[in-house]
Design a protein around this ligand. Structure first.
Ligand code: 11C
Length: 334
């Protein structure tokens, strides 16, 4: 396969390149692309350094699969150009996800959807959505998911390199007693994130929900083929470098016991069950960081909802939440 990666110098782009290499993706020709600003920098792939080229229409000539992680504006501009030149685009931005002519794919759930791609674009879902549906879909197949109530605790790596540096800088300042300076250092986020929790991921609409929360609502319905699914979601940002966590209350059409749910999830592809609370074994973002699976635990019967279960989920937002899922989609094409 001739492979282009647009956004090759970003946090997710670099992980995509590392994932292509780690999974021995069959690459005959490799083209790392970026905005003109980052062009000329080098990325490492297959044992050598490659110079990143500025994105251009010609850069997609002869490319079989173009994996994009360069933000919504770049995707809106360049995905049709790449598709026009014959590439299949796997896009990690939110630009195309809800387009009815663009499949939104988590391979463990709806891999057949990649076959119907009239625009030549396949969308990679939002990270926290991927983690949620990976945990819930195996249960949905067995018991019919009717409602999900989700609170996310999202790490700063979801906002890229700058946010990692911001958390580190602010943490140092607070530990040095300079709380005022740390508050003033906030720039990626509207408030200091170090030693705090911010109930805002993305921007608010008139209803008081953020775009990140709407992604959980709409993308979950589309991926699981469940347009009637009831969803409530609150997305929060926490001072974790890498790995998103989700607290989920799920309601089903039929009763599903915690032990049945554990048995189903123990067999689910891409999911690892970590559920022995008496020994303090449950999913931790810090354990999930740098690994592929979606970890599920704290499975217990809901105290308030009929046929309900409570769960805790953690997974690496840069791996399964972004780069790994995108490369798995590319593997379906290969
Ligand atoms: C975050 N989920 O954690 C976001 C990052 O729509 O792909 C990814 C945004 C997206 O901040």
């Amino acid at each position: 396969m001739r492979v282009a990666v647009l956004g090759a110098t970003g946090l997710v782009g670099k992980e995509m390149i590392a994932t292509l290499e780690a999974r021995c993706f069959p690459v005959d020709d490799f083209r790392p692309l970026s905005s003109p600003r980052s062009a000329g920098t080098k990325v490492r792939f297959d044992g050598r350094d490659w110079e990143v080229q500025a994105v251009s229409p010609e850069g997609f000539d002869g490319v079989d699969v173009a994996i994009f992680s360069a933000g919504g504006d770049a995707s809106r501009k360049w995905a049709p150009v790449a598709a026009e030149r014959g590439a299949v685009v796997v896009d990690n931005s939110s630009a195309w996800r809800m387009d009815p002519q663009v499949p939104l794919v988590v391979p463990e759930i709806n891999k057949k959807a990649v076959e119907d791609r009239p625009k030549g674009i396949i969308a990679n879902p939002n990270c926290s959505t991927i983690h949620g549906v990976m945990a819930l879909y195996p249960l949905h197949k067995e018991a019919g998911l009717s409602r999900m109530i989700v609170t996310t605790l999202q790490s700063v790596s979801g906002s890229g390199w700058k946010a990692l540096v911001e958390l580190e800088d602010e943490s140092r300042m607070v530990l040095d007693g300079n709380v005022e300076g740390a508050n003033e250092r906030a720039s990626v986020y509207p408030h200091r994130i170090a030693f705090g929790a911010v109930p805002q991921v993305g921007s608010f609409d008139d209803q008081g929900y953020t775009d990140e929360e709407w992604k959980m609502v709409n993308e979950s319905r589309k991926i699981m083929g469940a347009p009637e699914l009831k969803v409530d979601c609150t997305c929060t940002r926490v001072p974790v470098m890498r790995g998103h966590s989700l607290s989920i209350t799920a309601q089903f059409e039929r009763k599903i016991s915690p032990s049945e749910a554990r048995a189903i999830l123990a067999d689910a592809p891409g999911v690892v069950l970590k559920d022995d609370p008496s020994s303090s074994i449950y999913p931790l973002a810090t354990d999930a960081a740098g690994t592929d699976p979606v970890y599920v635990g704290r499975i217990r019967e809901s105290l308030s909802l009929e046929n309900g279960l409570d769960l805790w989920v953690a997974s690496d937002n840069i791996r399964k939440g972004a780069a790994l899922n995108a490369v798995q989609i590319a593997e379906l094409l290969a």
